[in-house]
Design a binder for this molecule. Structure first.
Ligand code: HEM
Length: 183
């Protein structure tokens, strides 16, 4: 841990955190909702919205990862056990991985199923794979499983943030919700 690390996140990092939290929650909920619907024009419309939102989140996640690599996170609070520090670093790494892997698996699945993705209905994106319906089904299962992984990790991440606020009473949650540290 270097003492040259800043004591707080940049405003851009905080905005990206909450924008992605909101966008991922909405896209995940739409994904589970739409895939259980019977075939209809509305279902096709939801699929398009889901794909456009997913590609936008992929772009935001790439930008966020770049920002994170060039703007280090604040240091862990003094006295935090080493295992908790390691658990938090690994949770964050896995969250970044899932923010990239989930939309990419969706794009790969759509390509393999032979359904092109046309961003906002105007920009046709390249197919990442040749048409292969069997592989498309497997990628669909992977896409769903990665989303369950995301739900589990987010639950762990939020529980840890609440523990810092309620039990440890340190500044960690307030770094992402600055009004808490002002109170
Ligand atoms: C970060 C962004 C994304 C999230 C959080 C997300 C989440 C989900 C979820 C939760 C499901 C339901 C899975 C299930 O029922 O097991 C789903 C289905 C689906 N997603 Fe995504 N997704 C994202 C990005 C994308 C992208 C970029 C594409 C394509 C370009 C895509 C294409 C699809 C399709 C086609 C389905 C329906 C699969 C089926 O009906 O078999 N998703 N998504």
């Amino acid at each position: 841990m270097s003492s040259s690390r800043p004591g707080s996140y940049t405003r851009t990092a905080i905005r990206l955190h909450w924008l992605l939290a909101l966008g991922l929650s909405a896209t995940l909920a739409l994904g589970f909702y739409m895939s259980d619907l019977p075939f209809s024009p509305a279902k096709l419309q939801y699929y398009s919205w889901h794909k456009w939102a997913g590609i936008t989140l992929l772009l935001l996640a790439v930008f966020r990862l770049g920002w994170r690599l060039t703007h280090p996170a604040p240091a862990a609070p003094a006295g935090m056990p080493a295992w908790q520090h390691a658990a938090s670093e690994w949770t964050h790494r896995l969250l970044y991985l899932l923010m990239l892997a989930i939309p990419l698996s969706g794009w790969l699945m759509s390509s393999a199923k032979g359904v092109p993705t046309v961003y906002f209905g105007v920009l046709p994106l390249p197919d990442l794979l040749e048409r292969n319906v069997e592989l498309g089904k497997q990628l669909g299962q992977l896409h769903g499983a990665l989303n369950f992984g995301l739900l589990g990790l987010v639950a762990l991440h939020a529980a840890a943030a609440l523990k810092h606020y309620v039990i440890d009473r340190d500044e960690v949650l307030g770094r992402m919700l600055p009004f808490l540290n002002k109170a």
